[in-house]
Design a protein around this ligand. Structure first.
Ligand SMILES: *Cc1c(COP(=O)(O)O)cnc(C)c1O
Length: 337
């Protein structure tokens, strides 16, 4: 059976690198959305709880409920308000309409649109937001923004930082006037953390760097956590002149021993079309098109490592590591090693 192995040592190394840069694990919100970027949220959660992390962010309530036993605080990033919000969770509020719809007395972090124009309320909507928060006794615990180009060295980052600073000031004053607790603020994701030297008083929201992939390749020494393994289904000799797989995209010039392994695009891999050269971790090459539930290659024994670094597949498919990892089927068994 195919398997995902999670390298505990690499994961702890990455977390320590991040803690060293941030100063304290209490200032880290671990982003566990989309099954912890395909790594397996409920497999990693007991480990990070043991390591003392208390705060995570997820996509929706379904993901949050899986993790309630492991984190003290869970921020739900993409919730669509329905008036039935849960008192245990903290909800990101992504526009004024959402603030109007969300249940009274709900705990929230306000998303602030400082340039990305994806989610969040603008600086000039803050007074309106404060009125609604007051009317509905909403519990405003914090606010955050998201950098649209944290991984690109241009001016956007500074423009957004300035706007967010102004917002923070206004929210701080509102909270004081309402006798609310001190609001918490966060803006940096992984790329933001890599480029920043001064975090002020903020928390950070760390997704990808915990899993071992840098955006700038400099300030953090990270190691990929996930490796993907496939098991042999069958093997055979492919005679010279014969082809393997749909459409006969690979034909061998000499007799070779090939094997078929139990992972395909139905398990979340992007479909290899048999035309370019896509290599597995041991430099073995996928031969012919990938099937829904299998691929073939030179016989590599009972089990082969498909990748232990998602960059190989990301480059081949002209995409980013996030896209490769997050698609891995939740039905593949995850084990900590
Ligand atoms: C996904 C996400 C993050 C984490 O981003 P990384 O690049 O993986 O660190 C942080 N904040 C928000 C709002 C996100 O959606």
């Amino acid at each position: 059976m195919s398997k995902i192995k999670l390298d505990t040592k690499a994961y702890k190394n990455n977390l320590n690198q991040i803690i060293n840069k941030v100063g304290s694990k209490d200032r880290i919100i671990l982003v566990f959305k989309d099954n912890a970027y395909g790594h397996g949220a409920t497999v990693l959660a007991p480990l990070v709880r043991e390591l003392g992390f208390k705060f995570c962010a997820v996509k929706d309530e379904r993901e949050a409920f899986e993790l309630v036993d492991f984190f003290e605080k869970i921020l739900v990033l993409s919730h669509i308000p329905n008036g039935n919000e849960n008192d245990e969770l903290i909800y990101a509020v992504n526009d004024i309409a959402s603030l109007k719809k969300i249940k009274n007395n709900t705990k929230i972090h306000l998303a602030i649109d400082t340039l990305m124009h994806r989610n969040g309320i603008c600086y000039n909507e803050l007074d309106l937001a404060f009125d609604i928060i007051r009317d509905k006794n909403i519990i405003l615990l914090g606010a955050f923004t998201h950098f649209r180009s944290a991984d690109i060295l241009n001016a956007d980052y500074f423009v957004q930082k300035q706007k967010f600073n102004a917002t923070k000031e206004k929210i701080r004053n509102f909270c004081i006037s309402q006798n609310f607790q001190n609001p918490i603020f966060h803006s940096h994701n992984s790329a933001g953390l890599e480029r920043v030297y001064e975090l002020d008083d903020e928390l950070v929201r760390i997704g990808m760097s915990q899993f071992g992939y840098c955006q700038f390749n400099n300030s953090l020494l990270l190691k990929p956590v996930l490796s993907l393994w496939a098991d042999k289904v069958s093997d055979r000799v492919l005679k010279a002149g014969s082809s393997v797989g749909y459409g006969a995209k690979f034909t061998t010039a000499k007799d070779i021993k090939i094997a078929t392994y139990d992972l395909g695009y139905g398990d979340g891999l992007l479909r290899y079309d048999g035309i370019g050269e896509l290599f597995l971790a041991n430099k073995n090459q996928i031969l012919g098109t990938m099937s829904m539930d299998s691929f073939s290659c030179i016989d590599g024994g009972d089990s082969v490592c498909v990748f232990d670094n998602a960059t190989v597949f990301a480059r081949y498919f002209n995409t980013i590591e996030y896209d490769i990892l997050v698609k891995l089927s939740p039905f593949i068994q995850r084990v900590l090693v």
